[in-house]
Design a binder for this molecule. Structure first.
Ligand SMILES: NC(=O)c1ccc[n+]([C@@H]2O[C@H](COP(=O)([O-])OP(=O)(O)OC[C@H]3O[C@@H](n4cnc5c(N)ncnc54)[C@H](O)[C@@H]3O)[C@@H](O)[C@H]2O)c1
Length: 259
């Protein structure tokens, strides 16, 4: 059961421990900073080498405990080691923001199957691997928890050359629904946040030149999103204020999917 707890609209994460996977930059780092600003202890997890630097910078800026753990979500051993490190440091985990991401754009006639499999290995199976590990720990702790995954506007609208990416993100939406259904009895909420294009490394890789200006034209807000705008939605779904929301995929797209 996901119990009722009176909330105040403070969106506090005091006394909570959060893992942010994909946390060494982009939306992940913005989310980790927002969590820290609300009082959470934060583990920065990413396959990049700068996890420790990002963790140290957040610790300095927000005076909360942080750690950085290098981890590749495509490896079970790596995820198991990351979990062991987080638990050794903080003793428990209450929130998971899972957003490792890979994109490589080809038309459906041209994309190599290995490339499709790489999208699915990172964006779907890799995210599930972390969700499963964290959920099992949350169940053991017996206090519930919050899991938020970053999906995409590609869940809702077909986008040219996005076949591998869309297959992986659509799988993620299915995963979110099943896990939300199965884990509600343990007090665990599982949700997605589906952004439009966000100004990050990934956003810039996928959207350049005319494709970019055409896309901006199609978004009613007439711009791409910034990382803090996505992090704010993730924060909301990570707080007790969102206790009654589970299995949802919250679109943050400046109106792109209105049509
Ligand atoms: N930027 C956009 O336009 C956009 C739009 C919709 C959804 N998203 C999603 O948002 C999430 C965050 O992306 P971002 O825009 O911040 O881009 P980003 O490239 O800055 O962040 C993605 C992070 O995932 C990490 N990562 C990749 N493979 C990994 C692996 N195997 N193990 C662990 N970490 C790994 C990368 O090192 C990187 O730090 C992704 O899931 C992405 O698909 C992004």
């Amino acid at each position: 059961m996901i119990g009722y707890k009176k909330v105040t609209g403070e969106f506090t994460l005091k006394d909570k421990t959060a893992i942010v996977v994909g946390g060494a930059g982009g939306i992940g780092e913005a989310t980790a900073r927002m969590y820290a600003g609300k009082g959470a202890k934060v583990a920065i997890v990413d396959c990049k080498d700068n996890c420790l630097e990002v963790a140290e910078s957040i610790k300095k800026d927000f005076a909360v405990e942080t750690i950085g753990v290098k981890c590749d979500v495509t490896s079970q051993e790596s995820v198991d080691q990351m979990m062991a490190k987080v638990l050794e440091t903080f003793g428990e985990v209450n929130i998971l923001a899972a957003m490792p991401g890979f994109v490589d754009l080809y038309r459906a006639t041209d994309i190599e199957i290995a490339n499709v499999e790489k999208h699915i290995a990172i964006n779907a199976v890799g995210v599930f691997r972390v969700c499963q590990a964290v959920a099992n720990q949350m169940i053991k702790q017996g206090k519930g928890g919050k899991i938020v995954c970053i999906t995409s506007q590609a869940d809702f609208i077909a986008i040219n050359k996005h076949v591998g990416y869309t297959m992986s993100k659509a799988a993620l939406v299915g995963m979110i629904k099943v896990c939300a259904l199965e884990w509600a009895e343990y007090g665990i909420n599982v949700n997605g946040v589906a952004p439009t294009v966000v100004n990050t490394y990934m956003g810039e890789k996928a959207w350049q030149g005319k494709v970019k200006t055409d896309m901006i034209e199609k978004i009613p807000a007439h711009r791409f999103a910034e990382t803090d705008e996505i992090a704010a939605a993730v924060l909301f779904l990570s707080c007790d204020e969102a206790n009654m929301i589970t299995g949802e995929d919250l679109v943050v797209d400046g109106g792109f999917t209105i049509y």
